[in-house]
Design a protein around this ligand. Structure first.
Ligand code: NAP
Length: 255
């Protein structure tokens, strides 16, 4: 029996990258997992890996920028598994990359709709259940970009900074009602998002060689650990994988 046996997790953006690795790690530790991306079919590979582990998961189509779609995802998860304990607000995009005056206003706002409104949508839909059951864990995937500007990333930095405050606001309103909320910055991770960033050549992150990027399995381990009671004392906090104490507690080697 894994540490998360009996628990049910929703992971948004589970078709690849950090979301896929987190979903697989949650399943490895015994959680049943509701996978989602804009199309359910994009999650087939993640679904297969969970099935190979003997885990239980299903995939749904859900664009997190659409509140009705997120509510439907919560409903579908309840119908399939009968409960929800964990929400990982992971889905995110980096585009548009470019100096603020070079960005397309619609693309800029699309970033906010996915990265910020998407977190609000997931949180709002899940909190209705979490408040009633007086328990639940929400992990908002943050970034160093939430706390410092990076050339060419005005939308991404603005959205992630707002998600940092969303984590605090959610913890402020619901922390005493039994809901644990975490912000978690996963480090610089070898995913498709970093392929786009490298291709842009616009700031120092784009110059980091691929071999220096972390594997998605590293943040996935921390995400799964945050879902256990061992992380209770950290609820409400914005955490980073660069924190050596956190790494040790979550079972990762020193950075
Ligand atoms: P990724 O490989 O590009 O994966 C992004 C995921 O989000 C995919 O599953 C994608 O699925 C999904 N997605 C995109 N738009 C969506 C939408 N509108 N609705 C639902 N799902 C959507 O990126 P990643 O690096 O794993 O990033 C995951 C999270 O970590 C993001 O929040 C990102 O900001 C954060 N992060 C990443 C890094 C890094 O170095 N990689 C660093 C700091 C923070 P589909 O395209 O199939 O819909």
């Amino acid at each position: 029996m894994g540490q998360l046996s009996g628990q049910v997790a929703i992971v948004t953006g589970a078709s690849r990258g950090i979301g896929a690795a987190a979903a697989i790690e949650l399943a490895r530790q015994g959680a049943k997992v509701s996978l989602s991306a804009r199309t359910a079919a994009a999650c087939n590979d993640t679904l297969q890996k969970i099935s190979d582990l003997g885990g239980d998961a299903f995939a749904a189509s859900c664009d997190v920028s659409d509140y009705a779609a997120v509510e439907k995802l919560v409903q579908e998860t309840m119908e399939r598994f009968g409960r929800i304990d964990i929400l990982v607000n992971n889905a995110g995009i980096i585009d548009p990359i470019g100096r603020l005056t070079d960005t397309d206003p619609k693309e800029w706002m699309r970033n906010i709709e996915v990265n910020l409104a998407g977190v609000y949508h997931g949180t709002r839909a899940a909190l209705k259940l979490f408040e009633a059951q007086k328990s639940g864990t929400i992990i908002n995937i943050s970034s160093g970009a939430a706390h410092g500007p990076m050339e060419g990333w005005s939308a991404y930095c603005s959205g992630k900074a707002a998600v940092f405050m969303m984590t605090r606001a959610t913890a402020h309103e619901f922390g005493e009602l039994g809901v644990r909320v975490f912000g978690f910055a996963p480090g610089v991770v070898d995913t498709e998002m970093q392929v786009l960033i490298r291709g842009s050549g616009i700031n120092p992150v784009s110059e980091i060689p691929r071999e220096n990027l972390a594997a998605a399995e590293d943040p996935a381990k921390v995400i799964a650990w945050l879902c256990t009671d061992e992380a209770n004392d950290l609820a409400g906090e914005e955490l980073t994988i660069r924190d050596e104490t956190l790494r040790k507690r979550a079972g990762l080697p020193p950075a």
